[in-house]
Design a protein around this ligand. Structure first.
Ligand SMILES: *[C@@H]1O[C@H](CO)[C@@H](O)[C@H](O)[C@H]1NC(C)=O
Ligand SMILES: [Zn+2]
Length: 426
């Protein structure tokens, strides 16, 4: 090839790659969804080996424990291989769906048309990143003495991790930090965070006005903006950041925080959905957000993180079954918070310390905030739907955004009341 031709060829490859990354939507037509269960350590090792072995095999919630179900989405051409491997290892499995795409398509999420006016922003639908950011910018204009835009850092692709600080007066007040959307596909998390922002600014209820009046709120609806954009443009099931690692992309930003990093419940394989990253805080998202949090840590007395799904409320730790020294207080706040979440719609939450309530998982944001920043009350909500919703758990129908958000605001109201009783707010 002449120099010109090879340049053209390089340009073509570049464009093709960009085109593929940017435009072509990943579909799961005829992908099978299997539920499998490892009965012993050998079988678990086989499943772990499958995880990350191919981008045609997707484990919806990783591979964690002997005896726990795992959800595997398998491309049609991989089905014979996978079934042979499962058969050889005598791993029990069950077909849950013959067409994962069809199962996903049955859930109507309703995404607001791009560029819709911020004055129309509402919770009957989901939003793209730019539209939520425009709405947040409009709030700072509409409530100039109350809402301040804050930046929790940057993303790999150069986006801003935009947040709002809501502060009704200049006097010192306890700070509550709410971080959502660190896992890209968990769309209800940022939607519930923006719902809460709106309630804090507009509600006439005394209980909500108390929250707005007596605390400074730092809310980041999108802790993983690149991943969220990618779930809209390309792959609805994307979880991680978008940092390139060899032939794969992204680290799990909730396995990447610098506290007992990668000790357990995370993967060292860049293709895995729970890849911890090459090092603690390898991701600019977690590094820069953590720097922001560290800069205000003395003001933050309650840290709440939103994920989905399973209807759990969790507290530290994820890396060990050892309980935090103030576990009695955590349990008391937990009890009040899950009682309140069920009051409005009878929605049942369970949970406890991460390690025992779900599975070992090191490197989560709430563990880092608790373990290194001296924030004594840190919680993680796994929002609707229930853990049984294995087909479509990450897609919550749009008409559930409001009830799911209302009940979690009820819960946070109770949480704040209980944390106040325990005198953590000083
Ligand atoms: C929380 O609730 C559980 C179950 O009802 C109860 O056993 C426990 O004592 C409660 N813990 C605290 C600290 O209130
Ligand atoms: Zn999550």
């Amino acid at each position: 090839m002449s120099l010109n031709k090879s340049l053209l060829f390089a340009l073509f490859v570049l464009l093709a790659t960009v085109g593929f990354n940017g435009a072509e939507r990943v579909r799961f037509d005829n992908y099978r969804l299997y539920k499998a269960n490892a009965e012993n350590a050998e079988q678990l090792a086989v499943l772990k080996q499958l995880e990350g072995s191919s981008d045609s095999i997707l484990f919806l919630d990783g591979v964690h424990l002997v005896g726990a179900d795992v959800q595997m989405v398998v491309a049609p051409h991989k089905v014979p291989d996978v079934l042979e491997i499962l058969g050889k290892a005598e791993i029990k499995y069950e077909l849950q769906s013959k067409d994962f795409q069809k199962s996903l398509d049955e859930i109507d999420e309703k995404v607001a048309p791009k560029g819709r006016a911020s004055s129309d922003y509402n919770w009957a639908q989901y939003y793209e990143l730019d539209d939520t950011y425009s709405w947040m910018v409009s709030l700072a204009k509409m409530y100039p003495h109350v809402v301040t835009l804050i930046e929790g850092g940057k993303t790999y692709q150069g986006r801003s991790i935009l947040g709002v600080k809501i502060s009704k007066s200049l006097s010192e007040k306890p700070g509550i930090l709410l971080e959502a959307g660190i896992h890209a596909r968990e769309w209800i998390a940022p939607a519930a965070a923006t719902f809460i922002i709106n309630q804090l600014l507009t509600s006439n209820l005394d209980s909500v006005k108390d929250l707005a009046d007596n605390y400074n709120w730092y809310v980041f609806p999108h802790a993983n903006p690149d991943g969220y954009v990618y779930t809209h443009t390309t792959n609805r099931m994307w979880r991680k950041t978008r940092t390139p690692y060899g032939s794969c992309f992204g680290a799990d930003p909730n396995r990447n925080w610098d506290f007992h990093w990668n000790e357990v419940g995370a993967s060292s394989d860049p293709c895995s959905d729970t890849y911890a990253g090459p090092s603690a805080f390898s991701e600019i998202e977690t590094l820069s957000l953590s720097n922001y949090i560290a800069s205000i840590k003395d003001k933050i007395q309650l840290y709440v993180s939103f994920h989905s799904y399973s209807q759990y409320l969790l507290y530290p730790y994820g890396h060990t079954s050892d309980l935090p020294d103030n576990v009695k207080d955590f349990q008391q706040v937990f009890n009040a918070s899950i009682a309140a979440v069920s009051q409005r719609y009878n929605t049942k939450y369970t949970g406890g310390n991460i390690y025992d309530a779900i599975y070992p998982a090191a490197g989560a944001s709430i563990d880092w905030a608790y373990g290194t920043q001296g924030v004594r009350m840190t919680f993680c909500y796994e929002l609707r739907p229930t853990s049984n919703s294995i087909l479509t758990g990450f897609k919550l129908p749009a008409e559930q955004i409001i009830p799911a958000s209302e009940e979690v605001l009820d819960s946070i109201t109770a949480m704040v009341g209980e944390v106040k009783k325990l005198k953590y707010f000083d």
